[in-house]
Write a protein that binds this ligand. Structure first.
Ligand SMILES: C[S@@+](CC[C@H](N)C(=O)[O-])C[C@H]1O[C@@H](n2cnc3c(N)ncnc32)[C@H](O)[C@@H]1O
Length: 251
């Protein structure tokens, strides 16, 4: 999987290849990260990447010329390698990034992530070269780099053989629209609080049932919206509904 990131701060984004799950994936060549700096595509002595906004007002806007040259160079490189990749502008005004989007990306060959700075980028760049806009959430950051790093991290951990246990991403929150169950490790009792008995029973069937019940209960209490479909307020199988009822009786 190849990530191409267009950014004025490559050193920030490149940190993902140094540490943690993404760092290990990069070292094992399971992901490739290429950063492209629009400053390298400027032609004036000051290497200017921003300018004042038409119409006045505070802040600066990222200039179109160097951005277009950068995006087109990235696209050409990707095409020359016989690959395809969408251009995504990270923007607070875009579609909100979620786990199913991460999953979609993990099934592609690569993605081009465009990070804005200042007040954002000249809108004509979006019109000419951007396929989609994606947002981290309803808040404004100083740049798109953290959002790009979120995409790289979230996608990488879904790639085959990146995580230690092949199925560990399958048990994460938002798989099957459920939150993950709670987790415990040693000691068995901590400040008077014992680990739920079933988890030390060795009964794998009972453990799986308990985990499913906790997932259903947590989702119902914390994120009931995840259980809704367009047709139903609660789209659960009979078995899950029974487990949820059991959870609600106990909690
Ligand atoms: C200060 S912001 C510009 C915000 C813009 N003036 C607005 O209000 O929509 C600078 C850059 O940070 C990035 N950014 C800010 N918030 C973001 C978010 N919630 N999700 C993704 N990218 C974000 C975008 O790339 C944006 O161009």
């Amino acid at each position: 999987m190849r990530f191409d990131v267009i950014t004025l701060l490559p050193e920030l984004v490149e940190a993902v290849t140094q540490v943690g799950v993404t760092g290990r994936a990069a070292k094992r060549d399971l992901i490739e990260l290429h950063c492209w700096n629009p400053r390298d595509y400027t032609e004036d002595v000051h290497r200017t990447v921003d300018d004042r906004p038409y119409g006045g007002g505070p802040g600066m806007v990222m200039k179109a010329d160097c951005l277009l040259k950068t995006i087109r160079d990235v696209k050409q490189t990707v095409t020359d390698q016989g690959r395809q990749a969408k251009v995504i502008y990270l923007s607070p005004q875009g579609r909100q990034i979620n786990q199913s989007l991460m999953r979609e990306v993990s099934q592609t060959e690569g993605i081009i992530l465009l990070c804005g700075r200042y007040e954002g980028i000249d809108e004509r760049v979006v019109q000419l070269e951007v396929d989609e806009e994606w947002s981290l959430g309803d808040y404004v950051l100083s740049g798109g780099e953290l959002a790009a790093m979120v995409v790289i991290d979230g996608v990488t951990r879904l790639l085959p053989s990146v995580l230690g246990h092949d199925d560990s991403a399958e048990q994460d929150s938002f798989t099957e629209n459920l939150l993950d169950c709670e987790h415990y490790t040693r000691p068995e009792t901590l400040e008077g609080i014992a680990v739920p008995e079933v988890l030390t029973s060795g009964d794998h069937k009972a453990i799986a049932r308990w985990r499913r019940k906790q997932s259903l209960g947590r989702t119902f209490k914390r994120r009931p919206d995840l259980l809704k479909t367009e047709e139903n307020d609660m789209a659960l199988s009979k078995q899950d509904q029974a487990l949820l009822n059991e959870y609600l009786k106990d909690n």
